[in-house]
Ligand binder design. Structure first.
Ligand code: C2O
Length: 575
């Protein structure tokens, strides 16, 4: 194995999208940022230099960080932020993982533009457990606001209301069709419904009206992402959802996709025409270019919110371009699922299984040492300075997490008192009908605190994540740092502790690091607490994290060095 060196200069960069230009925070001036490529077992050193006016920290989303929690990255959880002008060297080894992960800023809302792919190749000489693709491509999905993203969230925190929905989604940095700006911007913002007007069935084969193909002509000129393919060849797409606040559907006109991996864990291959991917998640699919010899096919990315508080039906587009196709010929369209396409989403989630082969067994914990139930949902707390005298908050087991001003991991390691308490409740403080339509008004308010939950090293944990409808049912893609977990069960309504565990899949459940808990429902996950440290868990919708839908586990049993964290690096930032 090798040591791989990267240098991340965090710099401002003027960037134009949707017909206007604004300075954005980037790594090395790129949006999306640079890709990290390494092999399983390699050590990666990334020198991050902060040249901007914001405090910065970078998280390597999904990397286990076995005993190296100092390199995990969430600000005030495992490190103090890297202040303007300062440097921090992230240093970690890729143990037992291969596939697609990603990195992103883990402070403020900087991850809107500070993110990129991590590709972990299998060890030299070890093949993929599926036919080798002809080529591979990285597909990063994201969101774009015309205004400054920090201003968007600051404004919302002042008002106590929800932040503005993004103005576009992007595919490898470009909104595609919506980015075309000729005379009037608004004409070229294409909502899902416009596709419905033009496309009569799910996939139109070749006819497109004249006006529409003209738009595609300009769209090419104005830079949507193009994926070149050769007829007959198979490609692997490494899809990453880096969007701040939206689960997304991904679809390519006229082509089926074979899912082979999620969150850097191989899956049983299955075919689908639509991929559902939540913020934080990664999905590898095989795509066979079997519609040639020539042609252009629309790649469509649209939001999934089955209980939408905010309506957003803007579709991002890219083009699958067979070699030998004329640039200004028609593009074959596709109709992405509507925003509330719950059956499409559920069908996708139900199809995911671990590969569970001899080489890649699913090590599902069968005996459980600790059984937890966490309610996740929104609430309303008083706020004297907010417009309505109240603010929207979110919480886990009715606790709205308060960020500390020094790092939790340091406080834990050096036994500093007064930074956190370890009394996070393992169950909801009161039992009620979590998913009833009408909630008693007493359920609305949350408690606040920096509470952690203590787990013994190497204990096995079952955690049921139960969405609440206290304000409204909502999608919650929940991410756990430091571990992979198995999703052993999921369902709608309230989790039933007597009946539901009987239906758990303990053989080949999907293994991942971010789970999309069904809105108005629950997911049950299992993991082994085999990684000492302080590990953040939060909703990966940035708006929900900001509102307090987060907590942390502390894993330690105070035994010898092999069961505890390595000492902090000497350049660890100070607060
Ligand atoms: Cu990808 Cu704590 O986040």
């Amino acid at each position: 194995c090798m040591v791989r060196h990267y240098k991340f200069n965090v710099v401002m960069k003027n960037t134009s999208r949707l017909c206007s230009t604004k300075p954005i925070v980037t790594v090395n001036g790129k949006f999306p940022g640079p890709t990290i490529v390494a092999r399983e077992d390699d050590t990666v050193l990334i020198k991050v230099v902060n040249h901007v006016k914001y405090n910065v920290s970078i998280h390597w989303h999904g990397i286990r960080q076995l005993r190296t929690g100092w390199a995990d990255g969430p600000a005030y959880i495992t490190q103090c932020p890297i202040q303007p002008g300062q440097i921090y060297m992230y240093n970690f080894t890729l143990t037992g993982q291969r596939g697609t992960l990603w990195w992103h800023a883990h402070i403020l809302w900087l991850r809107a533009t500070v993110h990129g792919a991590i590709v972990i190749l299998p060890k030299r000489g070890v093949p993929y457990p599926f036919p080798k693709p002809h080529k591979e491509a990285i597909v990063v999905l994201s969101e774009w606001w015309k205004s400054d993203v920090e201003a968007v969230i600051n404004e919302a925190m002042k008002s106590g209301l929800a932040p503005n929905v993004s103005d576009a989604h992007t595919i490898n940095g470009y909104p595609g069709l919506v980015s075309s700006c000729l005379s009037q911007d608004s004409i070229y913002v294409v909502p899902v419904t416009l596709f419905s007007l033009v496309v009569t069935n799910r996939t139109i084969s070749s006819y497109i009206d004249y006006g529409f193909s003209i738009m595609f002509f300009f769209f090419f000129f104005l830079g949507g992402f193009t994926l070149p393919v050769e007829a007959g060849k198979t490609y692997m797409l490494r899809i990453i959802n880096a969007a701040l606040n939206e689960e997304l559907f991904f679809k390519i006109a006229g082509h089926q996709l074979t899912v082979v991996e999620v969150d850097a864990v191989y899956t049983k291959p299955f075919k689908t025409d639509t991929v559902l991917i939540a913020p934080g998640q990664t999905t590898n699919v095989l795509l066979t270019a079997n519609r040639g010899p020539a042609g252009k096919y629309l790649v469509a990315v649209s939001p999934f919110m089955d209980a939408p508080i905010a309506v957003d039906n803007v579709t991002a587009t890219a083009t699958l371009h067979y070699s030998g196709t004329l640039d200004h010929g028609p593009t074959i369209l596709t109709n992405p699922p509507p925003q509330n396409a719950t059956p499409v989403a559920a069908n996708f989630a139900d199809s995911l299984r671990s590969l569970n082969s001899k080489l890649y067994p699913a090590k599902v914990p069968l005996k459980i040492d600790r059984s937890l139930l966490f309610t996740i949902g929104l609430g309303v707390n008083p706020c004297s300075t907010c417009v309505n005298g109240s603010r929207v908050v979110a919480g886990i087991n009715n606790v709205t997490f308060v960020m500390p001003t020094v790092s939790l991991l340091q406080a834990h390691f050096f036994n500093t008192s007064g930074v956190f308490t370890d009394d996070f409740p393992g169950n909801p403080p009161t039992q009620y009908n979590y998913t009833a339509a009408l909630q008693p008004v007493t359920n609305f308010q949350t408690e606040t605190g920096t509470k952690l939950y203590r787990l013994s090293y190497n204990s096995t944990v079952q955690l049921v994540l139960q969405d609440t409808t206290v304000i409204a049912a909502e999608n919650h893609p929940v991410h756990l740092h430091g571990f992979n977990f198995f999703e052993v069960g999921r369902g709608l309504g309230n989790f039933n502790p007597k009946k539901d565990p009987k239906k758990f899949n303990l053989v080949d459940p999907v293994e991942r690091n971010t789970i999309s808990v069904p809105s108005g429902g629950w997911s049950a996950i299992r993991f082994r607490a085999d990684n000492p440290g302080v590990w953040f868990m939060h909703c990966h919708l940035e708006v929900h994290t900001t509102w307090g839908l987060k907590m942390a586990f502390v894993v330690d049993n105070g035994k010898g060095p092999s069961e505890s964290l390595l000492p902090p690096p000497t350049d660890l930032p100070i607060c």
